[in-house]
Design a protein. Sequence first.
Length: 370
Amino acid sequence: MPSELDQNSTTIEYEQLQSQSQLTQQPQQPQQQQSPAFLFVIDTVHEQEAELDAIKASIEQILTILPEDSLIGLITFGKHVSVHEIGFIQCNKSIVFRGDIDNDENKLKNFTVDRIKHLLEVTPLNGGISRFFQSISEIGNEFNEILEDINIDQWRASRACRPDRCTGVACQIAISLMESCLQGYNGRIILFSGGAPTIGPGRVIESSRAKHLRGHRDIIKGKAPLYEPACKFYNELSNRCVSNSHVMDIFACALDQLGIAEQRILCDNTGGSLVLSDTFTTSVFEESFNGLFYSYDIQQQLDDIKQDEDDEVDDTSSVLAMCFNGEIKIRTSRQIRVSGCIGAVSSMNETNTNCISTQNEIGLGGTSKW
């Protein structure tokens, strides 16, 4: 009796074998593991030096446990944004972008991701990646020296005004830099935010202390004029980040509100982590940041792999417990419809299978692939 007619065979798997001609035309090559790239975006607007020192100490500690072939980059921001050229080891060199461009409508309109990529003058073909990204094995000591030279932003706030912080511009430049250098490459953008953005696109509050930060009632009643533009701005950045196969994490530590309601979509759509704490000196930040780079040892599976007695096995090898470019695709029969997906996912706009109507969708619907 065929297996398809057996009552005990509730599930049957079919394996399609390729012909010899197909195997010769498309030879399969072992895929090499790709080490990720990490771009650190540091907020330098702090009232106390200890806040910035805690961020630098955490990054220096993480560099000791990351794979040596991992690529690292650095961006700092306050009133303006500095993109550090860590490949220029003769001295500390950086490209500075203005953060207070919201006062000029023409500059704000022309300040796009494509425009930033043009100003950086870097593509994977012209060898400019080494200007902003270097492996830890080649630049580890020099990178620590650059971190030590980072100081608190020297632009002082005006009287009765909040400090100038262009978080939105820094995120836009970080995504542009990763897109120019490492589009489709496994990478994370790690943002350290110490307060609410007050200038530039994506700001959530006015610089004047006479105006308070929006609350939940203000958002519901439509009395938060900066809420919708900021959400739209960060939503466009998250879609761009998803198309580049990059992840964005936010570590926000401050005693006051930071405007995470507008910025959280950067983490939700890209599958990143969002951590909130009072200060960067607390154990919550330190343990959460170290947990992001958790690694596990590779154990040899003797049942599947046979090795000779003379071969040496390295039991100390470890890999990072993080994944990139993950996809979820659902295929159903005609009687079953896809309602949606709940979680930190983004739609890939594929509707090959039956999808439920948008009125009855659950989570993120309208597609069968995330």
